[in-house]
Design a protein. Sequence first.
Lengths: 115, 114
Amino acid sequence: AQSVTQLDSQVPVFEEAPVELRCNYSSSVSVYLFWYVQYPNQGLQLLLKYLSGSTLVKGINGFEAEFNKSQTSFHLRKPSVHISDTAEYFCAVSAVNQAGTALIFGKGTTLSVSS
Amino acid sequence: EPEVTQTPSHQVTQMGQEVILRCVPISNHLYFYWYRQILGQKVEFLVSFYNNEISEKSEIFDDQFSVERPDGSNFTLKIRSTKLEDSAMYFCASSRVGVNQPQHFGDGTRLSIL
């Protein structure tokens, strides 16, 4: 079984500041890792994913995340945020080599960007 | 870019009534999923569906729930006798065949049980 912990429920930040949203996971099997973003009244949009290879993955909208196997973490970062980045961010995992398997989500982090 | 579409966007139903939530997955996707998000809580997996049968389900997906692909484009979630605790946002997702294919989500249906 897998579980995901997002350590911060809310992250307030000023525009153009850097941000890090933290995610830790627990799993008895190897996992793929994902970050999804949810803007108000919209569905979940994939920001980026780690499947294998380089531990630093780049996604849309200038976001990147780093997989750290020893710390079982997959923190999301952006060097300079915009007002438009205000949204709910979800970290998720799924078991490797199982097509159609469930995504296990964290509780989400609300990123609030103000001017 | 193709999208997963869900209807209706908001459904209000009396407790004990049956409700059907509808989804049109992306056309070349063959895996379909339902998730729910109770207000203030995490997104939870309900069920996945492939080749006209359930491939995986969670303990939440009990006998009051069922899924169906009634035609070549729709994928539905039926809740037979709704309870107050079924009030949630329900998300449909789809993905291509393959072990590392990402799931694409619809905008959700907000289900309110009165």
